[in-house]
Write a protein that binds this ligand. Sequence first.
Ligand code: PLP
Length: 397
Amino acid sequence: MTDTIPLSLPDITDAEVRAVVATLRSGRLSIGPQAEEFERLVARRAGRTHGIAVSSGTAGLHLALLALGIGPEDEVITPAFSFVASANCVLYVGAKPVFVDCDPRTLNMRADAVESKITDRTKAIIGVEVFGNPAGMSELAALSNKYEIPLIEDACEGLGGRLGTDAIGGFGRVAVFGFYPNKQITTGEGGMIVTHDDTLADQCRSLRNHGRAGTSRATASGGPAALGSWLEHERMGFNFRMNELSAALGVAQMRRLDELLEMRQWVAETYTRRLMGNADVLVPTVAADCFMSWFVYVVRLSDRFTEAERDEIIAGLRRHDVGASNYFPPIPMLPHFRRLCGHQPGDFPVAESVSHRTIALPFFTRLTGREVDLVCQTLELMIKRASFARSAIEELE
Ligand SMILES: *Cc1c(COP(=O)(O)O)cnc(C)c1O
């Protein structure tokens, strides 16, 4: 019928291709100047002194929890409505995730809901800017100060956004960005830890690099001798480094960040204008002081639709070559968390109700107005079919 419209697509120009090829030709493929430059650019954007490039956003969260000394017996508060990595990282260090339901409008955790879950064992709060929306982050930061419990900002969906004048990535004691290809910028796979805390930064640098001294820039082929040797390991570490090819791609993408965010903003506004008048569809709401960094464009069906109908609408969109997805299933209801934490349906009423009705629509920089219109036409047709199927069934009964 038509060309496929994917759910997401990275924006790679000749500048990125040239940067990666030049790095490939340089002979320096890991632990080098590209990662250092990428770290500077991302840290500066988040208003932080340190950037630590890692192999994925998830690896960054894992290291942030380890560097904060979180382990067995500890509780970590984390959102019920987010990507699964926001909670898996708590399991990696042997701690217990304590889930908090989301606000129905912003989809982020509310500080008062978080406060009610704080116990003597709470050792961290993981705050997520869901879909790139910074709503409520200053309240979470204030709560973290009041109880002296560190806020870990899972900023993997929010690079470049801000709340008033405060950049996403600047709210937590430590924040983590992610660069999977569907994010605002990509490194193929990759992540970045940012923080003001010198000790925490050194620990993260060491943990990502097999436990070598945090300041070590040694490589297998030698390095500045004064900065620690290749085979000195101060602690049990991991290999969560970002390679130089990814970092070169990241540097080229960072230089285009504002341009990329503007294009995403235009696509989001085009969708919102097109769908605003449709009573079956709720478009994202953004408060006046929230400068979204648009990660995805997710609409919600109105309350009269069931989860099964939503799934049928997504399947219909896909049959018509339009990418669509159900961002996100509530994390506590995923099999491994249900086994571990014993939650039952109904424990997180807002997250469950929201997640049964979400549809992520195709969203990337180069989406044209015509394609947005085609996606919306197809969506409206699938919604009509679902409504029609239901009234036919009701008549039979
Ligand atoms: C993308 C994302 C991550 C990290 O993902 P990786 O694929 O590991 O880079 C973590 N948390 C959230 C909320 C995300 O959206």
